[in-house]
Design a protein around this ligand. Structure first.
Ligand code: GRF
Length: 182
């Protein structure tokens, strides 16, 4: 099974995923929407093919996704892992990869959706937060939950909490991908 990762930024989850050994899956493609994203450097290190698509250079989100879709088909990609991809997946990709796109989110969904989840949970004063892996549908952070695990906030600073969440993300994403696909 050939797997693509979509990422926009730092790429620590991407790196955790690609440095693992699998039996039946091959994580062989990075799709990135930001030409200067650090994740591209990480892909180079692991010799993973990278394709950059910039939404601004398309006349619509649909046209942008059709271009991505064509490349995914060309590369015979079966499954997509979102790892810090900062765009909502549109109907072109959803229709063509039904139940074959999953995402990682740094909170216990359905609490704290959106792009500031760790800080939002911290500022709210929750005692327990965590990480969710879920299928992607047309609602933001809304698809069926596959896996979750918790982090206790205790007296952690926001920075420490972010570090704990990211450590857990890397472990949980790899484990979930292995259990689900490998
Ligand atoms: C992670 O916290 C992930 O849950 C969220 O975006 C962040 C990406 O971090 N969707 P990185 O780029 O993998 O380091």
């Amino acid at each position: 099974m050939k797997v693509a990762v979509f990422a926009s930024g730092n790429g620590s989850n991407f790196e955790a995923l690609v440095k693992e050994k699998y039996n039946k899956i091959d994580i062989c493609l990075l799709i990135c929407d930001k030409k200067n994203a650090y994740v591209i450097e990480r892909a180079k290190k692991y010799n993973i093919k990278t394709l950059v698509f910039t939404l601004k250079s398309y006349e619509s989100k649909e046209a942008y996704e059709i271009d991505i879709l064509n490349k995914l088909k060309e590369e015979k990609i079966d499954f997509i892992l979102l790892a810090g991809y900062m765009k909502i997946i549109g109907h072109v990709l959803l229709d063509n990869y039904k139940d074959k796109i999953i995402n990682i989110h740094p909170s216990l969904l359905p609490s704290f959706k959106g792009s500031n989840a760790i800080k939002d949970a911290y500022d709210y004063g929750v005692k327990v937060t965590g990480v969710t892996i879920h299928y992607v549908n047309n609602e933001l952070d809304g698809g069926k939950i596959i896996n979750q695990d918790v982090v206790y906030v205790k007296d952690l600073s926001l920075e420490d909490l972010e570090n704990e969440i990211h450590k857990l993300e890397h472990k949980l994403y790899v484990k979930t991908v292995k259990d689900l696909l490998d």
